[in-house]
Design a protein around this ligand. Structure first.
Ligand code: ADP
Ligand SMILES: O=C(O)[C@@H](O)C(=O)COP(=O)(O)O
Length: 412
């Protein structure tokens, strides 16, 4: 294993897997830190944690445990993958986890670059944009768990870190890898936010950090890394393999993000079977996973079970029960749904939402995910077992017809 990655959620990890696979690396994503060594042909290993929103100390502990395992597999470079919308709170977990990893690896410079231009996430003057909106006006300010209310990554990261935060501006990135390396050397701070607007900027950054032991970012920051390994003759010529899966299909969505809500609306408008879950009914035990899975298994086409709701509805239920309690209950609901669906014969399962997908993968007890071809930017097809394939869609990713497209891609 050459590149060792730690993802702070499951969809984000598969997004990174997608970038690395497209660039020709053999990638396996693991659910949590494995207890056994990796297969010998894995070139990039991604340990997916559900650490984005857990208490800081627990996120740090799990990330260090993942790092130890990746080091034991022989990795020479490490990547901490978080969300392209920098999902975190003023307490963490991006800053504290990065600090712990940097200390363990004795990294003297660590770049932070969540940019992912293919999905409209760009960084300019240290500020993160989603399309033509600042992060804090993109809808992410209403996220149920990590409302992003400040688009200045330097300021937001500084709240979470013991140290100050430097910056490499776009004008430097445009001068190429050598200029970026010089700018990194000249920084007063160990943590440095790097601007990136285009894929080309991400490739330059990837080249510039070829010798840095630790880097952090969204999946975009990995764009240039396979090329670094290939240039050293370290990648196998054969590349990744993929085998699709026929059979019953179902989709589960606990994502309340704007893109998912559009995809749910499209699915309903297309006349596909859809069951809306009222969180109040789940909290009160009036709607159970058995009801939802039973309904889905009785449908033709692509049944979708969703709790996706708009920000007002999310706020209302959270104010009655607390955000964590609702999320916990719904995550458990979707995990149980997934178990019942797979037990009932579903072979293609599509999930929307990072927390939701993490809960589902953990609930299914799947430990090793082989990354396959891209469905939409940031979302690959995944083989999770002999007869099970998955698509784990990040809340804000995917075209409007994502559910239908994923069902088809998983079969192919
Ligand atoms: N209707 C709802 N009201 C409140 N919280 C919800 C609702 N539906 C889902 N949730 C919770 O909101 C969180 C959404 O996060 P996630 O699954 O990561 O989606 P995304 O990828 O869009 O951020 C989950 O923990 C989920 O259980
Ligand atoms: O970088 C991204 O945007 C994604 O890879 C990601 O991490 C998404 O997380 P969720 O929106 O919670 O699915």
């Amino acid at each position: 294993m050459l590149l060792g990655c730690i993802g702070d959620d499951f969809t984000g990890s598969s997004d990174l897997g997608n970038t690395l696979t497209r660039a020709g690396m053999r990638v396996v994503q693991y659910s949590g830190t494995p207890a056994t060594p990796a297969a010998p042909d894995v070139e990039a290993g991604i340990v997916a944690l559900k650490s984005r929103t857990m208490p800081v100390a627990e996120a740090v502990r799990l990330s260090l445990e993942a790092l130890d395992w990746l080091r034991a597999q022989g990795c020479r470079q490490f990547l901490f993958k978080y969300c392209s919308t920098f999902d975190s709170t003023p307490q963490g977990n991006i800053g504290p986890v990065a600090e712990a990893l940097a200390d363990a690896l004795k990294a003297d410079r660590v770049i932070f670059c969540p940019a992912f231009s293919a999905t409209g996430r760009t960084i300019f003057q240290g500020h993160l944009f989603v399309g033509d909106r600042l992060l804090s006006e993109s809808g992410m300010e209403n996220h149920p768990l990590t409302p992003m209310t400040d688009p200045d990554l330097r300021r937001w990261l500084a709240l979470q870190a013991r140290e100050g935060v430097g910056h490499v501006p776009a004008a430097t990135v445009w001068q190429g890898p050598e200029a970026v390396r010089a700018a990194l050397r000249a920084q007063d701070h160990r943590f440095v936010v790097a601007d990136a607007i285009r894929d080309q900027d991400l490739v330059v950054l990837g080249q510039a950090v070829a010798d840095q032991v630790l880097l952090t970012g969204g999946s975009g920051i990995a764009l240039g890394l396979p090329g670094n390994f290939r240039a050293q003759g370290l990648l196998s010529a054969e590349g990744p393999q993929w085998r699709g899966q026929a059979g019953p299909v179902a989709a589960l969505s606990g994502s309340c993000s704007r893109a998912t809500r559009g995809q749910v609306a499209r699915h309903v408008a297309d006349g596909q079977p859809a069951m809306e879950i009222d969180p109040e009914a789940v909290m009160a035990g009036r709607t159970t996973a058995r009801d939802a899975a039973g309904w889905a298994l009785s449908q033709k086409g692509l049944p979708l079970v969703y709790s996706s709701a708009d920000p007002d509805a999310v706020r209302a239920v959270q104010s009655r029960h607390g955000a964590e309690a609702v999320a916990h209950r719904l995550d458990a609901f979707f995990a149980e749904c997934a178990r019942l669906l797979v037990a009932g014969g579903v072979t293609r399962l599509i999930t929307a939402g990072g927390e939701t997908s993490g809960a589902v993968v953990e609930g299914l007890g799947v430990k090793t995910l082989e990354i396959g071809p891209e469905i939409d930017p940031g979302v690959p097809a995944i083989r999770a077992g002999e007869t099970l394939v998955l698509a784990l869609k990040s809340g804000n990713f995917g075209a409007e017809d994502f559910f239908a497209k994923a069902a088809e891609r998983l079969a192919g």
